[in-house]
Ligand binder design. Sequence first.
Ligand SMILES: [Zn+2]
Length: 281
Amino acid sequence: MIRYGFHMSISGGISNSALEAGKSGFRTFQLFTASSRSWKQNRPDKDDAALFSNYLKQYDTIPFAHIPYLCNLASPNRDVFNKSIKMLQANIDNCNELDIGYLVLHLGSHLGKGFGFGSHSIIKGIDSVSGSLGKLTLLLENTSGYTNNVGAKFSEIAVVVNGVETKNIGICLDTCHAFAAGYDIRDKGSLKAMVDEIEDSIGMDKLKLVHLNDSKFDLGSTKDRHWHIGKGFIGEKGFENFFSEKRFRQGCFVMETPVNEDGDDFSNKEALVKIMKKCGI
Ligand SMILES: [Zn+2]
């Protein structure tokens, strides 16, 4: 079974994200559990948290939390590293209070210090909070390969997945980031090579979420610019190829597509449904 949905706003309260997802028929969705632009991460209101849990059950929808982009566990700046740990801890606590089972984390930027420094720093950061994970699993997301960013290759992410103490660790595959990092998911052979790389270095069973986004820029651009499903450089044919891989014919898919004159959540949902139909899903 495929569950799909979108990143939902919490501007009307955290519970409202689950309600809106449920009413729209999204069987999965993503949210920030606090402000996405500030280091300060508020705790959820108790009544709002209770309502959120109720809506999850009522609509049988699976939530994924995403940590704000400020978080950079790979940073050589001690102040930023310490603030990132605090932010991670606050997000872990929020997820546990909200019955959220997965928290998506970007690996961050080593700012020129190199992959060895960055990966070591991330492992140290995750190990420092992993005792409080409870039932929560951290999902490391692949990045677009922009200068100094850690985690554009799955073999890099594997160093962190296999290096941390906790077993509550998995991955999130972003199709736009993978494409921007040079994985040509439009092509059968390249797609298989990517799946093999994940399987051999991490294990496909660790893949718990796909961020399904088209790319505004061409293969290998290293630019993180999500675009409307079927209208970017991955294109309809590219996604058809993606869904031909049996491992991508089930699981949770969250779109983080833009809302602008070229499309919105409704048009992206329609585009995905059309592609899935064509693929016999
Ligand atoms: Zn993403």
